[in-house]
Design a protein around this ligand. Sequence first.
Ligand SMILES: Cc1cc2nc3c(=O)[nH]c(=O)nc-3n(C[C@H](O)[C@H](O)[C@H](O)COP(=O)(O)O)c2cc1C
Length: 153
Amino acid sequence: MVREGHDNIVVIMNCSVIYMSSKGGVKRIADAIAAECGTEAQDASERHVPGQADLLFIGTGIYSGKPDPDFMNYLDNLPLNTIRGAAVFSVSKDGLDHTELVVNLLRHKGIAVYPVHFTCLGQTLFRNRGRPNSVDLVKARDFARKVLDAYQG
Ligand SMILES: Cc1cc2nc3c(=O)[nH]c(=O)nc-3n(C[C@H](O)[C@H](O)[C@H](O)COP(=O)(O)O)c2cc1C
C-alpha cells in the first residue's frame, strides 16, 4: 500500500492480515480489513509463507473464553522481526474482547500493539444469526483505516 504521509513524502506500508477461523466469522472480518489494506487475508491454518510486513492485523475467534489455541501456537512460532506494529481483532458470541493472550504474546515479543482492538458478534448455533453482518464489515474497514492512519502518521 502506498499513501502520502507528512510533507507529501510517500510512505510505503506493507500490511499483512493473518487469521484463524473455524466457522467463517473471523474470515469475513479479515477479508474486510484486508480489502481496506489493499491486500488479501491469509488463513494461518493453510500452508503459506509469512510475508514481510511492517504492520500485521491479527484475528481470531474466541472459544471457551480464549483465542484459538492453534492460532496462539502459530503466533508463538511466527518470525515477527520486521513488524513495526500489530492490530488485533476478534469475533465472539458475546462481542467482548477476550484477546488478552494474543496481546500479551505480541508484547512479550516486543511488538507494539494498537491500543484499540476490534471485536464483534459472531454467529453460534442459535445466537447472533447473520453476524458478522454488513454493518460489522463496514466497522471493520473503519478500524483498519484508523490503524493505517496511525501507523503512517
Ligand atoms: C466450541 C465453541 C466455543 C465457543 N466459546 C465461546 C466463548 O467462550 N465465548 C464467546 O464469546 N464465544 C464463544 N464461541 C463463539 C465463537 O467465538 C463465535 O462463533 C465466532 O464466530 C468464532 O469465530 P469463527 O466463526 O471465525 O470460527 C464459541 C464457539 C464455539 C464453536
